[in-house]
Design a protein around this ligand. Sequence first.
Ligand code: 6PG
Length: 230
Amino acid sequence: MTDQIVRWHVLPDGQALAGEVSREILDAAHAAIRSRGQFHIVLAGGETPRSVYAQLAAQSAVWSKWRIYFGDERCLPANDPGRNDTMAWEAWLARVTMAPENVLAIPAELGAEQGALRYGATLRQLGDFDLVLLGLGEDGHTASLFPRRALGDDVGAPDTLAVHDAPKPPAERVSLSAARLARTRQVFFLVTGANKRAAVMAWQGGEALPASRIRPLGGVDVFLDAAAMP
Ligand code: 6PG
């Protein structure tokens, strides 16, 4: 397997990171729409992306050409406040003219197995993504790919994984596999806070983390604030 190409971008603080990342996302969207007519973006879950989504909500873009997917989802009822898609709707998608049919949520309310099967069928109709947003957990996890668990990073891995034992609650989740997350033109990791410093240091030290197994041909861009820098 090829080594992961990583470009590190350090911003002074979370606000500067949100401004920079939102600008980079809009640039990627403009380029994709100009050359292919649509922009296919995979959203990250957790709390870090909230400020980026809030920045996007304040921008204007040709939202009708955007197609929104999710890198993972927690097996909670639809619209549950703990879901990753609920946060994205509240922080951004409901604040712009984003047509609901262009937001492809993971049906994780069906449970991990059914949700993974259904979303896998959705993704099979698709080619490569244009941009994948990902977070980083304190243990080096990303999406719902956790250390010492299946990552789906081998050739022929399925597009989606049913997760039943996530150490970060809830235990039941649906995740895109490492292989499917890497089928994209660009990957942006968003990392803020001193609590991520150890994971960043392990990553930079060459430790095999789930985050380091995301290996698109074009490499990954990691945007982190000064607090997360070792
Ligand atoms: C989730 C996310 C998860 C998240 C990291 C970082 O469902 O929790 O997919 O991978 O991105 O745990 O979370 P924070 O951004 O909240 O630190």
